[in-house]
Design a protein around this ligand. Structure first.
Ligand SMILES: Cc1cc2nc3c(=O)[nH]c(=O)nc-3n(C[C@H](O)[C@H](O)[C@H](O)COP(=O)(O)OP(=O)(O)OC[C@H]3O[C@@H](n4cnc5c(N)ncnc54)[C@H](O)[C@@H]3O)c2cc1C
Length: 298
């Protein structure tokens, strides 16, 4: 099927992503599937190639690239090579927008370099045993206690759950008997009261770690709150539309980023070109990124 939305830069990027996956992922897939985990070393190599959170500003190790077609290229190649799992989709398409759009300059300086270098792995913990599609039903709570919140709850089906270092957790902000909306809290894996549960076995995506996570009075500092506490559900909605696009690209790479499928997924009348093309597709960083890769591959 002839596709018209990609440009030369995307084709170059596709070639380098494919070469990288064939060399660094495909030979290990059997072992990763048996372990239910992708090696961390693979993740830092992918980051060194500029494939991880490249939407972050250059000063924090990214390429300042908000053109979603680059994300679509990675999702498509992951599906075509059958290597790794949802790591890229989760990190670049879902988690990155939270860390970019809802963070203060101080939070960005703290977290983005760790994410773009692959030193830290993100996760999003929203689903619970009793709440999936309708997140209004979650039971997790965050109780304000001076300069921190005490976070309590359990989450399940968390992608990257076994390896994640920075986990965005959705919880209701509860002050006494009053509930003040939902908040998004970044839990760091060494915080007291945090623990991981079972690595869940799945029918497919076997190289992807998916797990339960538990939070027992975890003291989350106020500076680890994303955006405005109380607006968590609103913040989540826009960002998850992006995830669904990435997942569609993985399911049917031949039609990756195709206009009709994205329109259906979004439920919007916008064309895929308008929806996917970032404002900065001619950003100098695009050329820099492609150039550096071509040089490395030569
Ligand atoms: C591989 C995998 C990875 C995941 N990764 C994450 C993750 O990283 N973080 C995270 O928080 N969660 C994650 N999830 C959980 C996922 O978000 C939930 O499974 C999903 O939201 C659906 O919730 P549920 O399984 O409880 O199903 P339910 O919400 O119980 O839905 C069951 C069925 O009912 C349908 N349904 C529900 N409500 C309606 C409605 N109002 N109208 C019509 N139909 C409806 C659903 O479409 C579905 O078919 C993951 C799940 C899987 C399988």
């Amino acid at each position: 099927m002839r596709r018209t939305i990609f440009e030369e830069d995307h084709q170059d990027f596709r070639d380098s992503v494919r070469a990288f996956l064939l060399k660094e992922a495909v030979p290990h897939t059997e072992r990763w599937e048996a372990n239910g985990l992708v090696d961390r070393e693979f993740w830092t190599k992918a980051a060194a190639q500029g494939m991880v959170v490249f939407s972050a500003p250059e000063e924090h190790g990214g390429a300042g690239l908000s053109d979603f077609r680059f994300n679509a290229v990675i999702d498509e190649q992951v599906a075509l090579t059958g290597a790794v799992g949802d790591n890229f989709n989760l990190t670049n398409d879902i988690a990155a927008p939270y860390f970019l759009d809802l963070t203060t300059p101080e939070q960005q300086a703290r977290w983005l370099p760790e994410l773009t270098s692959g030193a830290k792995i993100p996760a999003i913990a929203m689903s619970e045993p009793g709440a999936g599609s309708d997140l209004r039903g979650i039971a997790a709570t965050a109780v304000p206690q001076g300069d921190h919140y005490l976070l309590t709850g359990s989450k399940t089906f968390v992608t990257n759950g076994i390896q994640a270092d920075l986990i965005i957790v959705a919880a209701y902000v509860r002050d006494g008997q009053t509930t003040n909306g939902m908040g998004l809290f970044v839990v760091e894996s060494d915080m007291e009261g945090f623990s991981r549960g079972r690595k869940l076995s799945k029918v497919g995506r076997r190289a992807q770690d998916t797990s339960e996570l538990f939070f027992e009075d975890v003291p989350v500092p106020a500076e680890n709150v994303l955006g405005e506490p109380g607006r968590g559900l609103v913040e989540r909605d826009g960002r998850h539309r992006r995830r669904r696009r990435g997942e569609v690209d993985q399911q049917d790479p031949s039609a990756a980023a195709g206009r009709e499928r994205h329109r259906q997924v979004d439920g919007h009348e916008r064309t895929a070109t308008a929806a996917l093309a970032g404002e900065d597709r001619h950003h100098p960083a695009v050329r820099g990124l492609i150039g550096a890769r071509a040089e490395a591959a030569a």
